[in-house]
Design a protein around this ligand. Structure first.
Ligand code: MEV
Length: 325
């Protein structure tokens, strides 16, 4: 049988495939989500793309994404799932998502390469299965992740996500008109700690004082519930207060560094609100911070004054997609 050229759909193998997946932010619920509480996540308009092609020789991974190892492991893991070998594959990875900073860079890689390999090997474009395999890759990278990151990257939009007791994902789409136009992302710097380390640090804290830390998770869960009502346009909800309260609780978990706390403090002084988004970091940077102000101009002026690395993101973006070209 001949090899099909890209653009033709069907069960036959393709010769070259390009797939992209979005980055993500967590609006509410990080860390607590690992313990079964809900989180709200959104896909953003920064994407990672992976192009797979067939060539002679061993597996070759070309990337400016820092983790070639993660990509190689991912390819091996997908192949284990769908059969066949890894030789004869060339993978080229390009990314607009900052690495190791809470924007879902590793999940985007796991999802995009799973989907691309499925496509290259003539497997059905089955989001549930793509998400499942990507979760296995994420576990290798992060230890005990909730699976929220790979799920939002797979499905896109806004999701309310919970991890079931058996580890399977439990999520629903939030259809919202509220795209938080006054919301910006500030990069507080790449954390020294990995997500795996931050999750395990919070795990240790929980083991040492289940009552106190469980109470923090519970309160984060309540904020997530109210945030979800806000997005659905229900009730008169003060989102500034919600974000501030969420940040206080994250600080109590010890996942915010002094420099990130300082940025948050300055944003609050001008009437805004900010919280870390993702695993955070303790020593230097804490990755991305979500910064919100009803009057975005005030936020932008402060960012200029403080020389912050600030950018806007579009929320509710599309999940993993085949780039047919
Ligand atoms: C990482 O983006 C979010 C955490 O809640 C970990 C996880 O959900 O696996 C810190």
């Amino acid at each position: 049988m001949g090899i099909k050229i890209e653009g033709e759909e069907g069960a036959e193998r393709l010769k070259r495939v390009k797939v992209s997946a979005p980055g993500k932010i967590i609006l509410s619920g990080e860390h607590a989500v690992v313990y079964g509480y809900p989180a709200i996540l959104s896909a953003v308009d920064r994407r990672l793309s992976i192009e797979l092609s067939i060539k002679k020789g061993d597996l070759e991974v070309l990337t400016q994404h820092s983790s070639t190892e993660h990509a190689e492991y991912g390819i091996k893991r997908v192949v284990k799932e769908i059969g066949g070998g890894t030789s004869g594959i060339k993978a080229e990875i390009y990314s607009q998502i900052p690495v190791g900073s809470g924007m879902g860079s590793s999940a985007a890689l796991a999802v995009a390469l799973t989907a691309a390999l499925f496509k290259l090997r003539g497997q059905p474009w089955d989001l549930e299965r793509i998400n499942q395999v990507a979760y296995e890759i994420e576990k290798k990278q992060h230890g005990k992740p909730s699976g929220g990151d790979n799920t939002i990257v797979t499905y896109g939009g806004f999701l309310e996500f919970k991890k079931n007791a058996d580890g399977s994902p439990n999520f629903s789409h939030i259809s919202t008109e509220e795209h938080l136009s006054g919301l910006f992302v500030v990069n507080s710097g790449r954390p020294e700690e990995t997500t795996r380390e931050m999750v395990s640090m919070v795990g240790q804290l929980y083991e040492n004082d289940k009552k106190r830390v469980g109470d923090i998770f519970e309160k984060i869960g309540q904020i997530t519930f109210i945030f979800s009502r806000y997005l659905r346009g229900e009730g008169d909800i003060d989102v500034t207060e919600l974000i501030r309260e969420n940040q206080r609780l994250l600080e109590r978990l010890g996942v915010v560094s002094p420099s990130a706390q300082n940025i948050v403090g300055e944003i609050e002084k001008i009437g805004g609100a900010a919280k870390i988004s993702g695993a955070g970091g303790r020593k230097s940077g804490s990755g991305i911070i979500l910064a919100y102000h009803k009057d975005p101009q005030k936020l932008l002026s402060l960012a200029k004054e403080m020389s912050l690395d600030i950018f806007s993101v579009k929320l509710g973006e599309e999940g993993v997609r085949w780039e047919k070209r």
